[in-house]
Design a protein around this ligand. Structure first.
Ligand SMILES: Cc1cc2nc3c(=O)[nH]c(=O)nc-3n(C[C@H](O)[C@H](O)[C@H](O)COP(=O)(O)OP(=O)(O)OC[C@H]3O[C@@H](n4cnc5c(N)ncnc54)[C@H](O)[C@@H]3O)c2cc1C
Ligand code: SF4
Length: 468
């Protein structure tokens, strides 16, 4: 260990921008064993591991790095999987620069962070290859059942934890596939869909039941679900897109990000979908988060003529991962930072160009972020046959799903900050529907925490039933 002064930080090999822009395959290759060992050995094993507090799951990172450096991969996998339901997925898509790696002490000392995410991915990919990832086998079966609404990372993490305790778990999912945004939001070049499907299969092998294509609140009422199950988890995510309101945003060719990404992911999965892609078009994406980065990079791969990202703040203030912005720049995306749309102009009813204006950052507002002010007379036009709105997501109207569950003023479900219980007995909530649009790693954390509290609730129910 402590080799950070002798060995430079190295991520697994990244395919060249030219090659990777031609397909949807993941852009990083695998570590060879020697490299993974070498990179793990850079860890300084500090007494207070800031990486662990930087990780929402509080993963025991120094321990599994130490084990990986010694070549004890199976032990490393046991430690890593004890706190994370999907380490190979987090290793691929966590914005590590803002989480574990951003907090790494050797990063702060200027030596370049330990490549924590890449090692985490390597450990669990190896565990899958070697057959160390075993389906859940509860010590004993319990009679009470749980209904989970939503098969995204929060729902899947909770399902695994509850099943481990022996409860009967059914996940209800309105889509035709499990995975939530892991399946239909995040593109293949960040997360291959076979990795998500492998997790669902693993849960099915462990006894979790999936009821797909079934929307709670429409196909089955929330009241009926509560009657059927001793406890219910709402893990429905947030899906209402924030809309652009500038003049012209109703013309043909102005589309929302998520349907665009879903269609592309479905195409990759071999589904029959409408043939509208960015091919041969000038594409403008409005927004600066993960969704915007996924859209620009999808458009590049669909062979758009040009791809421009408009973001009203500067690069340092982009909400998405710095690494993904860098990847997009390498792949030829043009960034117009400090620029916001004024209007969209059409030619024969279809989008033709976006008129934008320059912005400058002003004083910090109450939230601590700099305010944004328009620079008068700074308009400029960007050619655009396709304009993708990637401005973030809000919760859908919860009235249809569960009208009696209490909400926050943002429309998310009001849940206890640690136990994730709601105002309704036996009903819990986790993931984006509680936190607002966030990250996979937070959804996993909350799904696991909610499952822990649900387990206690179910045990109490079991005792009451036994006493009757
Ligand atoms: C394009 C995009 C890219 C992203 N990239 C990243 C990234 O790189 N890294 C990262 O950490 N995070 C990323 N995120 C955020 C991350 O995907 C989410 O924070 C995470 O998926 C939230 O998990 P969840 O389980 O709460 O919700 P979701 O993943 O949204 O899953 C909710 C599930 O509930 C289902 N559902 C909803 N209502 C009902 C109902 N009434 N009945 C039955 N089922 C229902 C939905 O169909 C869905 O499958 C990205 C998000 C987007 C949109
Ligand atoms: S789960 Fe995410 S934040 Fe935590 S160690 Fe893994 S990559 Fe880092």
């Amino acid at each position: 260990m402590l080799k950070f002064t002798d060995i430079d930080a190295k991520t697994p090999p990244k395919r060249s921008a030219k090659t990777r822009a031609g397909d949807f395959a993941e852009i990083y290759g695998d570590y060879i064993t020697a490299k993974a060992k070498e990179q793990s050995s850079r860890c300084s094993q500090c007494g207070v591991p800031f990486c662990q507090s930087g990780c929402p799951l509080e993963n025991n990172i120094p321990d599994w790095l130490n084990l990986a450096a010694q070549g004890r991969l199976q032990d490393a996998y046991q430690v890593s999987s004890a706190t994370n339901s999907m380490p190979e997925i987090c290793g691929r898509i966590c914005p590590q620069d803002r989480l574990c790696e951003g907090a790494c002490v050797i990063e702060k000392s200027g030596h370049g962070s330990v490549t924590i995410g890449a090692v985490e991915r390597y450990i669990t990919d190896t565990a899958w290859q070697k057959g160390w990832v075993k389906p859940v086998r509860p010590m004993h079966e319990r009679a009470l059942s749980v209904g989970i609404i939503g098969a995204g990372p929060a729902g899947l993490a909770a399902a695994e934890s509850l099943r481990q305790q022996g409860w009967q778990v059914t996940v209800y999912e309105r889509s035709d596939r499990a995975g939530g945004l892991l399946m239909y939001g995040i593109p293949n070049f960040k997360l291959d869909k076979s990795i998500v499907e492998r997790r669902t299969k693993h849960l099915i092998e462990g006894g979790v039941k999936f009821v797909l294509g079934t929307e709670i609140g429409k196909d089955i009422s929330f009241a009926a679900l509560r009657k059927k199950h001793a406890s219910v988890l709402i893990a429905a995510g947030v899906y209402q897109a924030r809309a652009l309101t500038v003049p012209g945003c109703g013309v043909d060719g102005v589309i929302e990000a998520l349907p665009y990404l879903t269609q592309s992911n479905r195409r990759g999965l071999g589904d029959k979908v409408a043939n509208e892609t960015a091919q041969g078009k000038h594409v403008v994406v409005i927004g600066g988060g993960d969704t915007a980065m996924d859209c620009v990079r999808t458009a590049v791969r669909q062979k758009a003529k040009s791809v421009t990202c408009l973001y009203r703040r500067d690069q340092a203030n982009m909400p998405g991962s710095e690494r993904e912005t860098q990847n997009a720049m390498e792949e030829g995306v043009k960034f117009e930072w400090l620029a916001g749309p004024v209007s969209i102009h059409d030619k024969n009813g279809s989008a033709n160009f976006v008129r934008a204006q320059r912005m400058r950052l002003g004083r910090q507002d109450a939230s601590g972020r700099e305010s944004v002010a328009v620079i008068e007379g700074s308009e400029f036009d960007v050619k655009a046959d396709m304009v993708i709105q990637a401005l973030g997501f809000l919760p859908e109207d919860m009235g249809a799903l569960a009208s009696n569950v209490k909400l926050t003023r943002h429309g998310t479900v009001r849940a206890h900050p640690v136990r994730f219980s709601t105002n309704l007995p036996g009903v819990y909530a986790a993931g984006d529907i509680v936190r607002g649009a966030s990250l996979v790693v937070w959804a996993i954390r909350e799904g696991r925490d909610a499952a822990f509290a649900m387990h206690e609730y179910l045990c109490a129910q079991e005792l009451e039933m036994a006493a009757e």
